[in-house]
Write a protein that binds this ligand. Structure first.
Ligand SMILES: NC(=O)c1ccc[n+]([C@@H]2O[C@H](COP(=O)([O-])OP(=O)(O)OC[C@H]3O[C@@H](n4cnc5c(N)ncnc54)[C@H](O)[C@@H]3O)[C@@H](O)[C@H]2O)c1
Ligand SMILES: [Zn+2]
Ligand SMILES: [Zn+2]
Length: 405
């Protein structure tokens, strides 16, 4: 089969690789019909996630048709399913608590030690996301093996198109969990850093959960326009001092909840961000945390901080005193996708989310290398890319042409 592979920093290639096979009775194999590139894939592309090996198949946002099932799978051939990026056994201590991304069984033992050494405990498994999370082949491919297929996949009714539901695999539940973790009270003012796909779903979720106002921060006009369309007031961090603007907009108090949808590759030319860039180059830090620092300083006293943005290790000049003195509550984590996906599917069916208008491009799987480059270099125009294994190379369509594809 054809699959998108990571070959090194800024090196992606589409290769012919062996087809996946059923390994365990609970496995299923799906034929991928749609798969998206995520902001998390950028961290791999930029070489910031440890534990990648040349040739690894990437991709963790995908859906498709069940083509093969193991003896203990509950899926049936021909069903359309969206697959959560988190691989979860459904039976361990963590899965029973619905903390699916912390599953204790899905990270195979050969990679557990390194993960445990770095994080204190082994992380759960995830598709296409380095050997510290299990080294599973990802979903930017024609076929994928789905472990624990009786737990994760969401069966999709025929009347919903791929684009309507694909993001149940990650960014929609991630935005939802980000807003849930902000413990929003009715009428709250919520500030969201980053208007990438995760930020855009966080904005929609915060409003659905009762926020009175959402203020979204980024600098790409197209992304800010989408944030506005979804109901946020917007701030361009290249044009205003974000902390001052937030204070002004909230009568000096600051937002009740602040959500970091940026993660470890914060942009910008502030002094702290330039220092972070130098430290990352010198390997004395693994993160650029400018947005997170700003969120902590901007948040109201006694407010809440939610961090869906991915961080990989150890940060420098983390405002710990400010966090503590202001009495902020922090919640974070990889998303417990399986916990939310059923409810979110019903909310999509009820028309509560716009899951489609953030997609800027559809392209063939064969064009993945170009698409990663665009996703990295042209974030203003490329707001979300969906790859289609069935399309011929060069079959790229941009937003206007594919609105109802
Ligand atoms: N917790 C999870 O399970 C989970 C799941 C999916 C993605 N993520 C993470 O969420 C983050 C966002 O993902 P995405 O797909 O939206 O990524 P993305 O790269 O498309 O979006 C990030 C956005 O942040 C903006 N940004 C950068 N610096 C900023 C700053 N200083 N202030 C305000 N905005 C700034 C960028 O302009 C960009 O639009 C990533 O770190 C990703 O890895 C986490
Ligand atoms: Zn993702
Ligand atoms: Zn488990």
């Amino acid at each position: 089969m054809r699959a998108v592979t990571w070959q090194g920093r800024h090196k992606i290639s589409v290769e012919t690789v062996p087809d996946p096979e059923i390994v365990n009775p609970r496995d299923a194999i799906i034929r991928v019909t749609s798969t998206a590139i995520c902001g998390s894939d950028l961290h791999l592309y930029d070489g910031y996630i440890p534990g990648m090996r040349a040739g690894d198949i990437v991709g963790h946002e995908f859906m498709g048709e069940v083509v093969e099932t193991g003896a203990a799978s509950t899926l049936q051939r021909g069903q359309r399913v969206v697959v959560p990026f988190t691989i979860s056994c459904g039976q361990c201590f963590f899965c029973e608590k619905q903390q699916y991304s912390a599953c204790d069984n899905s990270n195979p033992s050969e990679t557990r030690d390194a993960s445990e050494l770095m994080m204190g405990h082994a992380m759960g498994g995830a598709f296409g996301y380095a050997h510290l999370t299990g080294g599973y082949a990802g979903g930017q491919a024609e076929y994928v093996r789905i472990p624990y297929s009786d737990v994760g996949p969401v069966v999709i009714p025929d009347d919903l198109a791929d684009d309507d539901v694909l993001f149940l695999s990650d960014i929609l539940p991630t935005g939802w969990q980000a807003a849930v973790n902000a413990d929003i009270e009715p009428g709250d003012t919520v500030a969201v850093w980053g208007c990438g796909p995760v930020g855009l779903f966080t904005i929609q979720s915060a409003l659905l959960l009762g926020a009175g106002r959402v203020i979204a921060i980024d600098h790409f006009p197209t992304r800010l326009a989408l944030a506005k369309k979804y109901g946020a007031e917007i701030l361009d961090y290249t044009k205003v001092d974000v902390r001052e603007a937030l204070a002004e907009m909230t009568g000096g108090i600051g937002p009740d909840a602040c959500i970091d949808c940026v993660g470890m590759e914060s942009h910008g030319f502030t002094v702290d961000n330039i220092l972070d860039q130098v430290k990352v180059k010198l390997l004395s830090s693994t993160e650029r945390i400018h947005a997170l620092r700003q969120a902590i300083l901007a948040c109201r006293k006694g407010g809440r901080l939610s961090i869906p943005g991915v961080y990989g290790g150890f940060a420098d000049k983390f405002p710990l005193g400010q966090l503590m003195e202001k009495g902020l509550t922090v919640k974070s984590g990889q998303t417990h996708v399986q916990r939310y996906s059923g409810d979110l599917l019903e909310m999509i069916q009820a028309g509560k989310f716009d899951t489609v208008s953030l997609i800027s491009h559809h392209a063939s799987l064969e064009d993945a290398a170009d698409m990663y480059r665009h996703w990295h270099d042209e974030q203003n125009l490329y707001t979300k890319i969906v790859l289609k294994p069935g399309l011929a190379k060069g079959a790229v369509s941009a937003r206007q042409e594919m609105e109802h594809a």
